[in-house]
Design a protein around this ligand. Sequence first.
Ligand code: CP
Length: 307
Amino acid sequence: MSELSVRNLIGIKDLKASDLNLIFETTNRFLEVLNRPIKKVPTLRDITIANLFFENSTRTKLSFELAQKRLSADVINFSSSVSSIKKGESLIDTINNIISMKVDMIVVRHPSEGVASMISKKVKSIIINAGDGSNEHPTQAILDTYTIQQKFGNISGKKIAIIGDILHSRVALSNIYALKKLGAEVCVCGPTTLIPKYIKSLGVTVETNLKKALLWCDVANVLRVQFERMKSSYFPSNREYSKYFGITKKILDDLGKDITIMHPGPINRGVELSSEVVESDYSVILDQVENGVAVRMAIMYLLASKL
Ligand code: CP
């Protein structure tokens, strides 16, 4: 297969395993480009891309922008916090104005579920979801699974524990879809209050004991406690959360086995991961960020062929 089965990247749910494998193969080629002295290629010359961020971001926004510049695209950036949204302009008027500027591709992050999908039904530009509420964060899941494949050679049969705030996490949902499509075994682990009731229907197991999850898995993808999305109290205190679900280097050393620690960022240091773990040889957190640029180059290159 040499092209993606979708025109827009809204969620991993819509992709086939062959789409993920095609993105991985293409990422390998762009990773090579990024390690050359001249990192820029003319692949997306004359393509205009708008990055629309209605929610804060460091990694995703910068990674998309760098990937677009490496591909020689023309890039415009929109942040709602410094836009006319602050004067009361609606989402749809904002989008219509940006589309009028003849934009070929839109990367959108929004705090509400379904916004990327809604935009894709109203405009002809290609849409890439950079995170919609607690729904999906497809490019994060692709860079996470790519990083696992890079480390282990393949994903099929690998045991991945997704640990932390599963309830509010778009990264968890997109990772579960991607890992299951690629043949991994997946366990989610966290306090019962932060595990959605439907989760077992996605073919994952549930573990509430951190040590058991860590002993079981090859890779622990540790998620941020998303305080900003919590409408009530899900655990008594940060100290209590950290006592039962915080990962320290001693916990990992005491397992007496190899384990890889991932985190999509941003990290609450001292809550879900100690600083020592973040900076240890267990961690591939910065490899995830490095791979993210090549993964996003691959996705935009493959989607641009649909224009
Ligand atoms: N991983 C991730 O989405 O990070 P940002 O919120 O900084 O983009």
